[in-house]
Ligand binder design. Structure first.
Ligand SMILES: Nc1ncnc2c1ncn2[C@@H]1O[C@H](COP(=O)(O)OP(=O)(O)O)[C@@H](O)[C@H]1O
Ligand SMILES: O=C(O)[C@@H](O)C(=O)COP(=O)(O)O
Length: 426
């Protein structure tokens, strides 16, 4: 395997979002969970997305895991490695975007690393270094209430500056609009000035195409799916890969029962759960009980066992910002989050034991816990359910083939759960 592009994602939903974008834009793509074993059959691919679960772990751990993934990708021919972060720049002042950027650029001998979380298809745009979510700045968006990394500053030059040892620059949209050569020239100037990370504005697809083409001349970039689009288009345009069409056969022949799990507390997920109430039985978990011991997960599995043969069910821990804050005050932010993730992972394991083969999971950290517990090593890409969310089919693992969707909290239309199951044909 010789890779045209290597990518490392800081969570598993983000990885499937990026893999979806790369596949949609012509790259044969596979998503692995961590660094794959040598004997895992990944097939001939142009791009590998290595999913890590490092968005909310201590910076030193994130750096170590990202560097190991980077070494694996470069040993397989990847000249350029993109670090996939959230399109809402989810991170804290301690990291992990800055520390990983510093480490990957040091390893690659890179300077002036291009950074953009823009993903206009989902309403994420960057202008004058400020990130907008739809029509509002990041700090006025629902991300101000995120359970793990509430975002209170939309100025990404400032946010990244607090996380990195290097100085941070900006490539404004007026310059990006002049095209890839203008961006290349600006990056060279910033590199000569000793700038380490460069926030790049992008408000539309042509900006991303220019940024992607310019980034391909460098060794490292940092961004969300929008940058992935630019990189994929750049590789195809340069003739470095042949444009491939995504396989239509990924979803066929899996069969089995269907279920949905939600640990995301985002506004979009809360609306999707409310809508699902009219389409399938929904169990709202007692979050405090889930944190306190195994009984709540057992109750959920008994509830599911008595209903699931008749059709899909949805089990959710998701709660409003006020309820989340109450639980966190009792147990601490990280402890509460991790305990709930593990409770949901236990439920996922039980659902698969009941015969579930089509499983939709809402929430990035939640998806990471579920995928890890199920021991899934990699995914092939299926059709897109909503912007940033594909159907995935497991490669390897001990459960036979499963179809899954890993939904980033903020993504998907209001009918997301029904839409996802609708695309997971028997
Ligand atoms: N009722 C709840 N109270 C507190 N935290 C919760 C609750 N339900 C879920 N969580 C936690 O909130 C976090 C949601 O993060 P994540 O799964 O990444 O969703 P998103 O994709 O929306 O960011 C997880 O750590 C999850 O365990
Ligand atoms: O880039 C994005 O917005 C997503 O791919 C993503 O990473 C979202 O994070 P979660 O909502 O935590 O899954």
């Amino acid at each position: 395997m010789t890779l045209a592009l290597g990518t490392i994602a800081d969570d598993y939903t983000g990885a499937s979002d990026l893999a979806n974008t790369l596949a949609k834009n012509g790259l044969r793509t596979v998503q692995t969970v961590g660094i794959p074993a040598d004997d895992l059959p990944l097939g001939e691919v142009d791009a590998v997305v290595i999913s890590l679960k490092i968005r909310s772990v201590p910076a030193a751990e994130a750096v170590e895991k990202a560097r190991a993934a980077d070494r694996w990708l470069r040993a397989r021919g990847a000249d350029h490695v993109m670090y996939k972060i959230c399109s809402t720049f989810d991170s804290t002042d301690e990291g992990n975007i800055g520390p990983v950027l510093d480490a990957l650029s040091a390893d690659a001998g890179a300077t002036a690393v291009l950074v953009t979380p823009a993903f206009p298809e989902t309403g994420r745009t960057v202008y004058q270094g400020h990130l907008f979510v739809g029509s509002v700045p990041l700090n006025e968006s629902p991300l101000k209430d995120h359970p793990l990394n509430p975002m209170h500053d939309a100025n990404l030059v400032r946010v990244l500056g607090r996380q990195t040892v290097s100085r941070v620059g900006l490539v404004p949209q007026a310059l990006v609009a002049r095209g890839a050569d203008a961006v290349r020239a600006r990056l060279a100037e910033l590199a000569a000035d000793g700038i380490g990370g460069v926030i790049a504005d992008a408000v539309n697809e042509s900006d991303l195409v220019a940024l992607g083409a310019a980034a391909l001349d460098t060794r490292v970039s940092v961004g969300a799916s929008g940058l992935g689009l630019g990189l994929a288009r750049g590789l195809v345009a340069a003739g470095r890969v042949a444009h491939a069409d995504a396989s239509a056969s990924v979803t066929s022949g899996v069969g089995g029962l269907e279920a949905c799990l939600a640990g995301s507390c985002s506004k979009a997920t809360l609306e999707q759960i409310a809508r699902a109430e009219s389409a399938m039985p929904v169990l709202h978990l007692e979050a405090e009980a889930l944190v306190s011991g195994p009984a709540e997960a057992e109750r959920a599995l008994e509830w599911a066992a008595s209903r699931i043969a008749s059709g899909p069910v949805l089990i959710a821990s998701s709660a409003s910002p006020a309820e989340v804050a109450r639980l966190q005050a009792l147990h601490g932010r990280e402890a509460a989050g991790q305990a709930i993730e593990q409770g949901l992972a236990t439920i996922a394991e039980g659902l698969v034991a009941l015969g579930v083969r089509r499983l939709v999971v809402a929430g990035g950290e939640t998806s990471g816990a579920v995928v890890d517990r199920l021991g899934i090593p990699a995914f092939a890409l299926g059709p897109e359910i909503a912007a940033g969310v594909p159907v995935l089919r497991t490669i390897g693992g001990g459960h036979g083939d499963l179809l899954m969707a890993l939904k980033s909290g903020n993504f998907g239309g209001v009918d997301f759960f029904a839409d996802a199951l609708g695309l997971m044909s028997k």
